[in-house]
Design a protein around this ligand. Structure first.
Ligand code: SF4
Length: 333
């Protein structure tokens, strides 16, 4: 497949590969459920360099949002989280006290939520909520500057209004203003930030996030189910399936020469005339139960699966320009 992906961040990629801001090695997340345990993320390892936009892509239930939430250390109490390394700017996040983490969130790690409408209270004016999200550090004048910076200067007299009086795109821009601009955190975590927006507004919000990255040099981890979003904004991408990071590569390499059969299936399922924002076509079979399989989680849906695949969970290997968890990577046979 030869898909040319032009991304605004190309100029940053070379430097960003040498000095990771975020380092994740051997991350495991286990939910304790009434009927047993669910290993939602298994042995995930990746680095994200300064100024890089790193995409985490996969189907619903693949573990991508759990992984993102683990980076914030915001998983429910009792969830098992272990890692050989989980570092932000050289600082260990896993052993950090809750008090220190609270200070870190917002100041050094910003979060752009999936659903702007439901992440705000419907009964409180937006101005009070935005101010709270900045830790109370932003006065009216600064708030107006922030909103002007994200193209909402015309709304500054409406900040006493309630969330339902704004569009989803306007609310997401406001939340981006407080998450990224107000305190300029080095790391921004964005969980499907455009999934509830229509295609035109989605493109505008993605453009805004890329523009802010260009201006501020912040690092972004962006969770999405949409390879079209990855193609538009991400420098590198990790593909998740069944709790595993099955392929990590630069975006251009992933689109040109995917190595994992699941990545190949995802790309093949994208209709060539697919409108922006459309969901992926389903791949035959289901991800259900993949987390618990003894071997490769994709084996029940993979035409290349053999007895080794069904019995031995593949470890990460280098294949072409990717790191891939597969016993038979590359090719399309
Ligand atoms: S390890 Fe085997 S089953 Fe899994 S993706 Fe690779 S070829 Fe398919």
């Amino acid at each position: 497949m030869n898909t040319t992906v032009a991304r605004p961040g190309d100029a940053l990629a070379e430097d960003s590969e040498t000095t990771p801001l975020l380092r994740v090695e051997g991350l495991n997340v286990t939910y304790r459920l009434a009927g047993g345990q669910l290993r939602a993320v298994r042995d995930a390892s990746f680095d994200v360099a300064r100024g890089e936009i790193f995409g985490l892509v996969g189907e619903s239930g693949s573990g991508k949002s759990t992984l993102l939430t683990a980076l914030m250390r915001l998983l429910p109490h009792g969830t098992g989280v272990t890692a050989d390394r989980l570092e932000l700017n050289g600082t260990d996040l896993l052993g950090m006290s809750e008090g220190r983490l609270r200070k870190l969130r917002g100041r050094e790690i910003g979060l752009v939520p999936q659903r702007p409408m439901t992440s705000l209270s419907p009964v409180t004016p937006v101005a009070a909520q935005l101010r709270r999200l900045t830790g109370g550090e932003v006065d009216d004048e600064r708030m107006h500057e922030l909103l002007t910076d994200v193209g909402l200067g015309g709304l500054k007299r409406r900040l006493g209004d309630y969330p339902f009086q704004f569009s989803g795109g306007q609310l997401q821009r406001m939340l981006i203003a407080v998450a990224i601009l107000a305190r300029e955190p080095g790391l921004v975590l964005a969980d499907e930030p455009t999934t509830t927006l229509d295609a035109t507004v989605q493109a505008q919000v993605l453009r805004l996030m890329v523009d802010l990255r260009e201006r501020l040099g912040n690092t972004v981890v962006l969770v999405t189910h949409d390879l079209g979003v990855v193609a538009q904004v991400c420098d590198r991408v990790g593909v998740m399936y069944g709790g595993r990071l099955v392929e990590v590569a630069r975006t251009q390499d992933l689109f040109d020469n995917p190595q994992h059969p699941y990545t190949q299936a995802l790309l093949a399922a994208m209709p060539s005339n697919r409108p922006a924002g459309a969901r992926l076509n389903p791949i035959p079979g289901s991800v259900s139960g993949a987390h618990a399989l003894p071997g490769c989680p994709f084996a029940p849906r993979c035409a290349r699966a053999d007895h080794v695949c069904r019995e031995v969970d593949p470890l990460p290997v280098e294949s072409a320009a990717a790191t891939v968890r597969c016993h038979h990577p590359g090719g399309t046979e």
